[in-house]
Design a protein. Structure first.
Length: 141
């Protein structure tokens, strides 16, 4: 029987927006369930940027999640192996296939394809990621 605590690594290209949003929302979801330490949560980017997307941080702050202290991190195979469960957000980021690592891809809502930009776009992205996070939390804990 595996008694290891579940872990999840959220990945996108820059690790400044979607994957950081997912990690922050997962922390919040677990806290809301009264199980803040039930899952080890991390995030990384395949080509990390220099900083957190300010609009991502702003719309998360509206729902009580603060990611302003986070920094984009480079994805490594070691991080993938440590987590064992990798969630890739969006269609752009590519991760290696590693034995013992489960990879799932969330094709998240992209409102810009419908002409929706700015704050409204980011709120819709946040809400879509939150739906995915709730489903994942229910599945892995």
């Amino acid at each position: 029987m595996n008694t290891r605590k579940p872990a999840v690594l959220f990945v996108c290209v820059k690790n400044g927006g979607k994957s950081q949003m997912a990690a922050g929302l997962m922390h919040q979801e677990l806290k809301n369930q009264g199980r803040p330490d039930a899952v080890d949560i991390s995030s990384a980017g395949t080509l990390p940027g220099k900083q957190i997307n300010a609009l991502s941080a702003e719309v998360l702050n509206e729902v009580g999640v603060d990611i302003t202290g986070q920094r984009p991190t480079q994805l490594t195979e070691e991080a993938m192996l440590d987590a064992g469960h990798v969630v890739v957000l969006g269609a752009e980021a590519e991760v290696p296939e590693l034995e013992g690592v489960t990879v799932e891809r969330w094709i998240t809502d992209e409102p810009s394809e419908r002409g929706i930009e700015g704050r409204e776009r980011m709120e819709l992205v946040r809400d879509d990621i939150q739906r995915h996070v709730r489903e994942l939390a229910a599945r892995i804990i």
